[in-house]
Design a protein around this ligand. Sequence first.
Ligand SMILES: Nc1nc2c(c(=O)[nH]1)N[C@@H](CN(C=O)c1ccc(C(=O)N[C@@H](CCC(=O)O)C(=O)O)cc1)CN2
Ligand SMILES: NCC(=O)N[C@@H]1O[C@H](COP(=O)([O-])[O-])[C@@H](O)[C@H]1O
Length: 218
Amino acid sequence: MTTPTPVVTPPLGSHAKPARLVVLVSGGGSNLAALMSACADPAYGATVVAVGADRTGTGGVALAEDAGIATFVTRVGDYPNRQAWDHALTAAVAAHEPDLVISAGFLKLCGPEFVARFSGRYLNTHNSLLPSFAGIRGPADALAYGVKLAGATLFVVDEGVDTGVVLAQVAVPVEFDDTEDSLLERIKTAERAQLVDVVGRMCREGWSVAGRRTRIGS
Ligand SMILES: Nc1nc2c(c(=O)[nH]1)N[C@@H](CN(C=O)c1ccc(C(=O)N[C@@H](CCC(=O)O)C(=O)O)cc1)CN2
Ligand SMILES: NCC(=O)N[C@@H]1O[C@H](COP(=O)([O-])[O-])[C@@H](O)[C@H]1O
């Protein structure tokens, strides 16, 4: 089998010129909070320039507002169809000229226009070890199946559902007496650390993609 030629993305940011992150949320925003906290250190190499949501009243948008970060809400129901919503979301994100777009608990599938506009620069953190347990019930599905390892996956979003190339994965044990909540919390703790670590390294060191294989740094 021939090895595909790597597509190399150079570092996006530095201490002097941090990479611009736009973060999309639908909920409490603990992943966003972890990123915001990391970005407070100039050596991290990135800054959150805007936070967007698909619904009103999210904790994530409240966190951003409290920190003086720009926010926007783009609701599917405010548009005549999904394509028009996708177009509006693309424009809302593009207005902030992001180097990276990060879905952190964003519970909407983005359409072809969005995925094409931010191709290769749109990441999602998902709370399962993909390709197992895609969708919006990852931890519950993992618990129901009885797997011994659960975890989180950071990947580059494509037009499929949780099918993009994998950038990083972290595993946590599933205990015999876990509930959905206890497992979710264990996953989220590991997921946040992974997100902060890998996004920072991508911004400072760049990354390569060869077919489905990826490498952070050179
Ligand atoms: N084109 C893509 N967009 C997004 C992806 C992706 O892989 N491809 N990942 C997500 C997040 N995600 C899981 O990680 C995910 C989000 C939403 C859904 C879904 O079925 N959503 C329904 C609505 C559900 C609701 O509002 O409660 C929908 O979009 O209509 C599945 C997986 C980020 N976007
Ligand atoms: N498939 C989408 C999905 O389930 N995403 C999950 O939502 C949580 C958001 O938490 P947060 O709002 O505290 O960052 C995260 O665990 C993320 O993996």
